[in-house]
Design a protein around this ligand. Structure first.
Ligand code: AMP
Length: 414
């Protein structure tokens, strides 16, 4: 049998794994400042959670979802995104009966059967945030402030926000805009790509973010959703823009930004970086005030975003592994393991050669490990309960009792 990883999936090791942990840790720190609590939902959910909430016409549900049947014939799905599961949690546990607002963040793998390429995987990772129960654009503002603070914390430069408002379900708002857009698109229908011809009937807003140059040329002059908002959505969008200006958050308005999923309403936004190449979106989000209704629940004003960790990792400076402070060198396994254990117990990284190779080889390993101290346990040292302590930075070596050597190491390294 040939052992091989599944196409579009990858193992994260060393630098990648360190960067992922660092990005998650910083997110935890920053998002907590804004009152968000971590939630961990399962990877498997009932398939209908996504078909119902996200919409079968969307790519991620219609084409890309990993579906499986369990032994009792239930249709399950490997989650393609995080929001639907968090909403499921809130509804199932009647969270909003106990409090007016609920705020969560999550990390974890998502699964989409897409064509793998740079920055695009079939198992990828997201950091997501959801805020339930706030209608005011102040909740939208918080998303941007929190993201800005997070990007500062992870030293991410050259990222920008694009925003748009796609309105609500009031007949005078998005339905009217859709009509205007469809009428406009029909005028040039023959010139649009095959996918967009289908989208005109199924999801006309998606024609706006088609990457085909001819489609883009046509939609350059398409009507803007911003110009067709009902007064409530218009006010909401204007207030958000004022608030962003007030807080000096830079953004660009884009009429092309519609996001891929059916459940969005009002504010939608994306985080871009020119340094990402073709897959330039590092994350995105928006309001989904109608998602609860799609599950037969009362309306809950909601907003959230998801960042792609795999893409953020491409943008962030490397995170170096902390080298162990000490290498214990010796040939007597019991004596070596005792000293190693004592040092580790103090909270210091300590390395040794469990194979007790030659002195030369052990010195080479110590050098490679990048340690500050080498503690040498030769035959004589073991007999007398001492340690030859070599400080690789100063080049000094002294013979000390084990206790004194450990005290010295602690004094320098802790
Ligand atoms: P979405 O909600 O689909 O826009 O996803 C949010 C973010 O997740 C995107 O902006 C990407 O950074 C990331 N993302 C989505 N799909 C993939 C993928 N297949 N591989 C890697 N990252 C992805």
């Amino acid at each position: 049998m040939k052992l091989q990883i599944v196409k579009g999936m990858r193992d994260l090791i060393e630098q990648d794994a360190r960067v992922f942990s660092h990005l998650e840790e910083k997110a935890r720190q920053v998002f907590s400042l804004y009152g968000f609590e971590e939630i961990r939902t399962p990877i498997l959910e009932m398939a209908e959670l996504f078909t119902h909430g996200i919409g079968e016409e969307t790519d991620i549900v219609g084409k890309e979802m990993y579906l499986l049947e369990d032994r009792r014939g239930q249709q399950l799905a490997m989650r393609p995104e995080g929001t639907a599961a968090v909403v499921r949690h809130v509804v199932q546990n009647q969270v909003l009966k106990q409090k007016k607002q609920a705020k969560y963040f999550y990390f974890g793998p998502m699964f989409r059967y897409e064509r793998p390429q740079k920055g695009r995987f079939r198992q990828f990772h997201q950091i997501g945030v959801e805020c339930f129960g706030v209608e005011s654009p102040v909740a939208d503002l918080e998303m941007f402030l929190m993201l800005r603070q997070y990007f500062e914390a992870i030293n991410l430069k050259d990222v920008g926000f694009q925003i748009n408002s796609i309105g609500c379900m009031d007949p005078s708002c998005r339905p009217q805009y859709k009509q205007n857009l469809v009428a406009y698109l029909k005028e040039s229908q023959e010139e649009l790509c095959e996918d967009c011809n289908r989208r005109i009937d199924t999801n006309p807003l998606r024609v706006l973010d088609c990457k085909n140059p001819k489609c883009q040329e046509i939609t350059d002059s398409a009507p803007h959703s911003e110009d067709c908002l009902c007064s409530d959505c218009g006010d909401h969008y204007q207030t958000l823009k004022n608030l962003l200006d007030e807080h000096q958050v830079a953004y660009q308005c884009s009429h092309r930004l519609v996001r891929g999923l059916d459940y969005y309403s009002k504010t939608v936004f994306e985080v871009y970086s020119a340094n990402l190449g073709a897959q330039s979106a590092a994350g995105g989000g928006g309001r989904f005030d109608n998602l609860f209704e799609q599950y037969g629940e009362k309306q809950v004003p909601s907003i959230g975003f998801a960042l792609g960790l795999d893409r953020l990792a491409l943008l962030c400076p490397p995170v170096e592994a902390a080298p162990p402070g000490v290498f214990v060198l010796g040939f007597e396994a019991t004596a070596v393991s005792k000293v190693v254990a004592q040092i580790r117990q103090l909270g210091l990284g300590c390395s040794y050669d469990p194979n007790s190779s030659s002195m030369k080889s052990q010195f080479r390993q110590a050098d490679k490990a990048g340690v500050r101290f080498v503690a040498i346990l030769g035959e004589e040292e073991v007999k007398t309960g001492t340690v030859g302590l070599k400080d690789l930075e100063t080049g000094t070596q002294e013979n000390l009792s084990t206790e004194a050597a450990i005290a010295k190491i602690t004094e320098v390294l802790l």
